[in-house]
Design a protein around this ligand. Structure first.
Ligand SMILES: CC(=O)N[C@H]1[C@@H](OP(=O)(O)OP(=O)(O)OC[C@H]2O[C@@H](n3ccc(=O)[nH]c3=O)[C@H](O)[C@@H]2O)O[C@H](CO)[C@@H](O)[C@@H]1O[C@H](C)C(=O)N[C@@H](C)C(=O)N[C@H](CCC(=O)O)C(=O)O
Ligand SMILES: Nc1ncnc2c1ncn2[C@@H]1O[C@H](COP(=O)(O)OP(=O)(O)OP(=O)(O)O)[C@@H](O)[C@H]1O
Ligand SMILES: N[C@H](CCC[C@H](N)C(=O)O)C(=O)O
Ligand SMILES: [Mg+2]
Length: 492
């Protein structure tokens, strides 16, 4: 591809003099490890490295053009821009020929519920005979092909490449999670979203955003940028949770048409008459003076909220409500979200991805609503993440279960015992059990459970690994629970 075509959309401040209109680019990258002869290298200022300091290395590896925001002394042409992260995203969209324009892209943001809502949407569209794609925490999926992912929302290059592959494979609807990090870092800049959905905002990621105000501002970018894409004539919809004041505040931030949803507050899509059992949840959906009965196999009030978000999103995309509701009723659950471990045993073990105070409270409320015996909660907190959420999660776990066992999550580069000290700091010493080894903690909870009790294993959901230091080792809560149940059955 001609370099000039690629950098035209950049609105660059300045070109170095040696730029030639005939220059050809074979690859765009922000990583020296990926540079090949003929590459365009973009210098990103990250948290660990400053790409400008790596520009010379990129040139040595064959980069023929550099995009930078700081002065550089290199032997190849340089295009100077104000913000290289945004430039990277625009270049990525241009390099892959703006694939989001040819797909229906639905972006879901919020502290909790993104993975769940994207999967509900994906199921609905698939059930309506569309070819679908998903981008999020668990994987990138194109039709039935699954690819590993490092981030919930990939870097802009991986994102645009994935969207391009979706387009080439005939995908019609892509449901993707949009994390607050990705919004701040401009990873989704250059993606033309048709529908943007907000689930909720509660404490998380303060190690990155520092204040809840800044965290909310990051989330708002998805809505303020909606319609700033390349194909502005497509209708745009913002789907906002009006039970959350932050959701209500986003109405002013967007030029798109708004559909609100809620359980506790007036909203366009409103749920009433909720009934929650251990088999699922039913509610009445009130929309435009009509009432529809909705049956979900998912458990908990928070999943009613997730279902409303998906219903409103599907409706905004043009689907009929009765058939959307019919599709929703068939969904048995999302991996690692309130997942009931299968097996021969007379209590219940639930694996759930709750890793924030609000997520944990919601899932424990749901467990308490359906319980017929005691509740055991096995939980910990991840390392290198928001430290201030640790004692809050601990108090929620201790208050809302009969027995709480604190254990390790992904300690990453932190000392697991130091994390646990911060977790239990505010609790009475005899009000909890402490078993740092997650396998032992799961086994102990399952050994202690009596008939009709519920064991909730929270924090890691679908994750099939534990990150200790910088190493990722295989670890799967569901597998561990199944083993522990077998051991208990043998011991009987
Ligand atoms: C804090 C953070 O978000 N970091 C992200 C960021 O990396 P960084 O700023 O640390 O990058 P860096 O290592 O300093 O490198 C700067 C630049 O130098 C380049 N480089 C670096 C080394 C080298 O040898 N050569 C080279 O060219 C890098 O490619 C990059 O362009 O940019 C990278 C590329 O986009 C991300 O993969 C990385 O995510 C890290 C892995 C991460 O853990 N992020 C988490 C916090 C995150 O983003 N989480 C959200 C989900 C949260 C949620 O929903 O709960 C997510 O979307 O995943
Ligand atoms: N609407 C909701 N409100 C509050 N808590 C929720 C909601 N939906 C899910 N949860 C809780 O949060 C956990 C994570 O849900 P999910 O994976 O859908 O969220 P996410 O936003 O994708 O998280 P992440 O930020 O890790 O990508 C669930 O296991 C559940 O305990
Ligand atoms: N997307 C979240 C997931 C947290 C999952 C939890 N198991 C942990 O490791 O803290 C994050 O990266 O903060
Ligand atoms: Mg997710």
């Amino acid at each position: 591809m001609k370099a000039i075509e690629l950098i035209n959309p950049l609105k660059s401040k300045e070109f170095s003099t040696n730029f030639s209109d005939s220059l050809e680019i074979t690859k765009v990258t922000q990583d020296t490890r990926e540079v090949e002869p003929g590459s365009l290298f973009v210098c990103i200022i990250g948290s660990l490295h400053n790409g400008h300091e790596l520009a010379k290395e990129a040139v040595q590896k064959g980069a023929v053009l550099i995009v930078a925001s700081e002065p550089l002394d290199v032997d190849v042409p340089v295009v100077y821009v104000n913000n290289t992260m945004k430039a990277m995203a625009i270049l990525a969209a241009a390099f892959f020929d703006y694939p989001s324009q040819d797909l229906r892209v639905i972006g879901v943001t919020g502290t909790n519920g993104k993975t769940t809502v994207t999967h509900l949407l994906d199921y609905i569209f698939h059930d309506h005979k569309e070819k679908t794609g998903v981008i999020g925490t668990m994987y990138r999926r194109i039709g039935s092909e699954v690819y590993e992912t490092k981030n919930t929302t990939p870097d802009s290059l991986t994102l645009q490449k994935t969207l391009r592959e979706m387009k080439e494979n005939g995908v019609q609807t892509c449901s993707m999670e949009v994390s607050s990090h990705s919004l701040v870092q401009g990873r989704v800049w250059g993606t033309d979203f048709d529908i943007a959905i907000f689930t909720n905002l509660s404490q998380d990621h303060l190690e990155y955003h520092h204040t809840m105000q800044k965290y909310a501002e990051a989330k708002s970018l998805l809505f303020s940028q909606l319609g700033n894409g390349y194909q502005q004539d497509k209708p745009k919809f913002a789907i906002l949770n009006f039970d959350d004041p932050v959701g209500r505040s986003f109405e002013e931030k967007t030029a798109a048409s708004v559909f609100s949803y809620g359980i506790d507050q007036p909203a366009d899509f409103k749920a009433t008459d909720l009934r929650i059992t251990n088999k699922g949840t039913r509610f009445n959906l009130n929309f435009e003076n009509q009432v529809y009965e909705v049956q979900l196999q998912l458990v908990g009030k928070f999943n009613v909220s997730n279902a409303l978000a998906a219903i409103a999103g599907a409706y905004a995309a043009g689907l009929e409500l009765p058939s959307v509701i019919q599709s929703l009723s068939q969904i048995s659950g999302v991996r690692g979200r309130f997942e009931i471990v299968k097996g021969e045993y007379d209590f219940a073990v639930i694996v759930d991805y709750a890793h924030t105070p609000d997520g944990l409270l919601n899932v424990l409320n749901a467990v308490n609503e359906i319980k017929t015996g005691n509740v055991f909660c096995v939980v910990g907190c991840g390392g290198d993440r928001d430290r201030t959420k640790r004692p809050i999660m601990a108090e929620i776990a201790q208050k809302n279960s009969d027995t709480v066992i604190f254990t390790s999550d992904n300690p990453r580069t932190e000392d697991p015992d130091a994390i646990l000290n911060e977790v239990v700091a505010g609790l009475e010493e005899d009000s909890y059990q402490l078993i740092p080894d997650r396998r032992e903690a799961i086994q102990s909870a399952i050994q202690q459970a009596a008939p009709n009790d519920i064991v909730l294993i929270a924090g890691k959901g679908h994750e099939n690994y534990q990150i200790i230091g910088t190493e990722k080792i295989h670890f799967d809560d569901v597998e561990e629970a199944e083993k522990a149940i077998l051991i208990k059955n043998i011991d009987k």
